[in-house]
Design a protein around this ligand. Sequence first.
Ligand code: NAD
Length: 367
Amino acid sequence: MTEAHPSARSVAVGGDRPYAITIGPGLLDDGALLAAPVRGNAAMIVSDRNVAPLYAQRVADALRAARPGLHVHTHVLPAGEAAKTLAHFTEVVNALADARLRRDATLFALGGGVIGDLAGFAAACWMRGIDCVQLPTTLLAMVDSSVGGKTAVDLPQGKNLVGAFHPPRAVIADTGALRTLPARELRAGLAEVVKYGALGDAAFLDWLDDNADALLAMDDAALAEAIARSCAHKAAIVERDPFEHGERALLNLGHTFGHAIETEQGYDGLNHGEAVAVGMVLAARLSEALGFAKTEDGDRLRALLQRFGLPVALPPGLDPGRLVAHMRLDKKAQAGGLRFVVWDGIGRARVLADVPESAVIEVLRAG
Ligand SMILES: NC(=O)c1ccc[n+]([C@@H]2O[C@H](COP(=O)([O-])OP(=O)(O)OC[C@H]3O[C@@H](n4cnc5c(N)ncnc54)[C@H](O)[C@@H]3O)[C@@H](O)[C@H]2O)c1
């Protein structure tokens, strides 16, 4: 809750560097909320070419109104995963240097997960780390990438290979920004929301079933509830395992399959959330094949994803052998064999190492 937005929700993330996630409509105009984490007298908004024309000026105006004298710079990057490169990272740190931003400056990452990851990484590196406030504008970024402090850019050799853990100073999620989000991107975010239910909270899956229509119609209250519950789930895991030495890996449910699909399609087919949706169904099927989970649980997950308009089967033409080859190279795979998040049914996931390739190929063939 904030003074200007009494309906806003708040989720606390604990650990060594605690911060708050504030969720609600209209927050990008809430200058007091935006300026609260700012320590020095300079800030830079980093955004992309789709998001900046919609929201960057509003954020800058709100910040200046709340903190007269604050120098607010803006840097705009191309949109999309293809921009998450070391070259654009260099562009951002050069912009920070040109603007002479110092250690007490604040970087605002205004956009989806691509901007959050790239700008967050620039904040982690500039002057060995300046404050970053995440202003996620996609559902995926609101429920996943803006929370937990993982930042990165991609290399030609693979996704997210260069990065740092750099928790934000604050996360401010304006659900109103989702109104301009393409429908396909909203659905991609819903895949990650479903993931939290599949991972640890069967009651949340029931709630999603009951509220699917409201979510698809972008009802503010339903969206805020889904985002707050998802963030609370992620926050609890990240607090216990900030550097992904154990439990945090569960958040990758569906991702081993999903990343392989994205890589094989050259990031030009299913988007991340869609690939994760297919990946979760395949992970459920793998769990069944290995004798851990019941078919009904996989069917239930599949039906809910389908209700959100997400793909639930492998796109045609993908070769199982090539997908497994990508999985071997995935940085989440460890020496010694393929590693998957499997489940013993809804709400009970675990990491399984050394999964036999033959079982994975079988699931992909049935795909
Ligand atoms: N750091 C983490 O923990 C973590 C977790 C999950 C995913 N990720 C990363 O997140 C990225 C995917 O994020 P994404 O799905 O948000 O993609 P994205 O940032 O590319 O955004 C998707 C598209 O929507 C546009 N957009 C964003 N907000 C908009 C709005 N409000 N209105 C209109 N258009 C808007 C963007 O310009 C882009 O074209 C991947 O790079 C992935 O690796 C990181």
